[in-house]
Design a protein around this ligand. Structure first.
Ligand SMILES: [Zn+2]
Length: 180
């Protein structure tokens, strides 16, 4: 994202599952999904270590989420997960190319992330089935699940649509961008 080939492939998808490692790519995926009214399920995980202690610093939290952004329902912007301030903070003042130029090299502790991400990926697959089949009608409104890797539990978080959401009010169902 956002190479042209990826954009063209995504536009024809029935459903998008995002497993990306930054907010900017999430914002891009959400935008293209919204423009073409495609449900977008996002998973994410953060592994936090204690500050100000020598390595190996102990892990203090393994926190993740599974968020089903369904056009017409609440989205990442409604939830406050995506904000202009957070996107600017991630970029650190760099322009949009900062992601391409970012140095690749994960800390050794990130090797732990894989099994936790596996849990989130499986939940995302269940959410795909829920959106496509509606196998659990009473769960239809649940869009945001928070994951605690310490306890191995997933908790529902209530998210409501925001009337002033920049995504829901001016991006959803808008199709191709047009520059006048
Ligand atoms: Zn929204």
């Amino acid at each position: 994202m956002p190479e042209q080939q990826a954009l063209e492939a995504l536009k024809g998808a029935d459903l998008i599952v995002g497993c990306v490692n930054n907010l900017a790519a999430r914002a891009d995926l959400l935008e293209i999904a919204g423009r073409y009214c495609i449900p977008y399920i996002d998973i994410g995980l953060t592994l936090r270590t204690a500050d100000d202690v020598p390595d190996p610093a102990p892990i203090v939290a393994v926190a993740g989420h599974v968020f089903a952004n369904v056009p017409g329902g609440p989205c990442f912007w409604c939830a406050g997960y995506l904000t202009k301030k957070r996107l600017e903070s991630e970029a650190g003042g760099a322009d949009r190319s900062y992601l391409r130029n970012r140095r690749v090299g994960a800390p050794a502790r990130d090797a732990l992330v894989s099994p936790f991400n596996g849990v989130l990926a499986n939940q995302a697959a269940c959410d795909v089935l829920q959106i496509v089949l509606g196998y659990a009608p009473s769960r239809a409104a649940v869009v945001y699940k928070m994951y605690d890797g310490f306890s191995g539990t997933m908790t529902d978080w209530e998210v409501t649509s925001r009337g002033d959401c920049p995504h829901c009010s001016s991006v959803v169902a808008n199709g191709d961008p047009v520059w006048a």
